[in-house]
Design a binder for this molecule. Structure first.
Ligand code: SAM
Length: 277
């Protein structure tokens, strides 16, 4: 590979990955949309549906980058609260429309309830772009940003209800350590969810996908971000990443129970899930 990963040390690899995300941070969102034709949005929505967070959930989104999962979490919880409120109002038939509307508006815009999301990422630049996006989109309450390494999380044990890592784990140098850390910071009963590029089993689709990945993505990287090498790295990191069953076994080795996965788009990506008991 152009980074010669067979010969570089873990520290060198970590530094190179840092520079990849440092240099793509500002163009990260637009590149994500163009590389996946916008489909990454659907994959992230599916992750949220699978999580189905209830009001009060405390989420840790590791390798959270520019905040896509966190923003979706906030929207999802707000809608759940809105639905709860509508149910409540239905049973208060003596209220005037004005009272209903006032109470509805108040609650809708009030808050996330007790829910909170912490975005943790190793890269300052990615977090900076995320914070600017949050400000622009009006997300603030219940949301915090923490600089930290997935392999050594700066959080206490048994703290979170859900841990997510979306398109992040393949960039982590020691996946086993990151999984152990995920286990440590989750509360008993907490859920681990990982959304990641994976391996396509259908041979025809697999060839088309290879063609797209190696021929088109670096070109898009060059045209849109002026950065061929970073996008070539992204493609290579997807190829090197362990296939579905192997990752499942690694998650089990970290101590998780009821581990399974769901392939999306024939395995272009997969969502792995597990529970801490
Ligand atoms: N989760 C976001 C999303 O789905 O759009 C961002 C994914 S981006 C492809 C990968 C992120 O992983 C980058 O923001 C990078 O800085 C972060 N990352 C890489 N190694 C990490 C580590 N050891 N700990 C925490 N974050 C890491």
């Amino acid at each position: 590979t152009h980074f010669g990963f067979q010969t570089v040390t873990e520290a060198e690899r970590r530094e190179k990955i840092y520079h990849v995300f440092e240099s793509v941070a500002k163009k990260y969102d637009v590149m994500n949309d163009s590389m996946t034709l916008g489909i990454h949005r659907l994959w992230k929505d599916i992750l949220l549906h699978k999580m189905n967070p209830s009001p009060g959930t405390l989420l840790l989104d590791v390798a959270g980058g520019t905040g896509d999962i966190a923003f979706r979490f906030i929207n999802y919880v707000r809608s759940a609260r809105e639905r709860q409120l509508q149910q409540k109002l239905k049973h208060h038939q003596n209220l005037s429309w004005q009272e209903i509307s006032e109470s509805y508006q108040e609650d809708k815009f009030k808050s996330l309830g007790d829910s909170q999301v912490v975005v943790c990422d190793i890269n300052k630049e990615m977090l900076k772009v995320g914070k600017q996006k949050a400000q622009h989109l009006g997300y603030s309450e219940g949301l915090s940003w923490v600089l930290g390494d997935a392999e050594e999380l700066p959080f206490d044990d048994d703290k979170f209800d859900v841990y997510t890592i979306a398109f992040g784990i393949r960039n982590v140098t020691r996946i086993d350590l990151a999984l152990q850390e995920a286990y440590r910071v989750l509360k008993p009963g907490g859920r681990f969810l990982c959304l990641e590029f994976s391996h396509v089993s259908n041979p025809l689709l697999s060839r088309l996908y290879d063609l797209y990945s190696f021929q088109v993505i670096p070109v898009l990287g060059e045209v849109i971000a002026g950065d061929w090498k970073s996008y070539q790295y992204l493609v290579e990191s997807i190829r090197r990443f362990p296939p579905q069953e192997e990752l499942k076994a690694m998650i089990e080795d970290a101590g998780f129970f009821k581990v399974d996965y769901q392939n999306l788009n024939s395995g272009i990506v997969a969502i792995h899930s597990g529970f801490k008991l």
